[in-house]
Design a protein around this ligand. Structure first.
Ligand SMILES: [Zn+2]
Length: 160
């Protein structure tokens, strides 16, 4: 299984050694326009293969029904929301009720991708920005509950 990484705007990405989990920064090959594979030797001596996706992180417009809750709330019920876009690192969603989100709040989100497998996504995310007029918020993923879901999201984003 080759791990796929997307470059950020500065042309770098942070990769993780599958053996010791050490993080390191990788710079894109100058002028490369396509994705390419790379062999990396970690300081722990583990050698692994990664794929660098050269285009900027892809964000996909979607319209997916989902559920979310604030993690520190006493009322532990999930609320309904609509996922508006998704990337490998986060989502934007439309919240539909009297929820009062603030930046830095941690939420738990559950939804299914509209891929063939209807892949379930269940993540913890940190709210980055809120638009209380439009009732939208953007959040970055900080933790997964399901194994394979990041792979499913990569695959989902690389379609079409
Ligand atoms: Zn390592």
């Amino acid at each position: 299984m080759v791990q796929k990484y997307f470059l950020n705007k500065s042309g770098t990405t942070t990769i993780h050694c599958p053996s010791c989990k050490e993080a390191r920064r990788v710079q894109s090959k100058n002028g490369s326009k396509k994705s390419y594979a790379l062999r990396v030797r970690c300081s722990c001596n583990h050698i692994f293969k990664i794929e660098i996706e050269h285009r900027l992180q892809y964000r996909k417009k979607v319209n997916l029904s989902g559920e979310y809750k604030k993690l520190d709330e006493r009322d532990n019920a999930y609320r309904h929301c609509m996922i508006q876009d998704i990337s490998t690192t986060g989502i934007a969603l439309l919240y539909l009720d009297s929820f009062k989100p603030s930046p830095e709040d941690i939420i738990e989100i559950k939804f299914s991708l509209d891929d063939r497998k209807r892949s379930r996504v269940h993540k913890k995310a940190r709210i980055i920005h809120v638009n209380s007029e439009k009732k939208t918020l953007g959040a970055e993923f900080i933790e997964s509950y399901n194994t394979n879901e990041d792979k499913n999201i990569y695959f989902y984003l690389s379609q079409n």
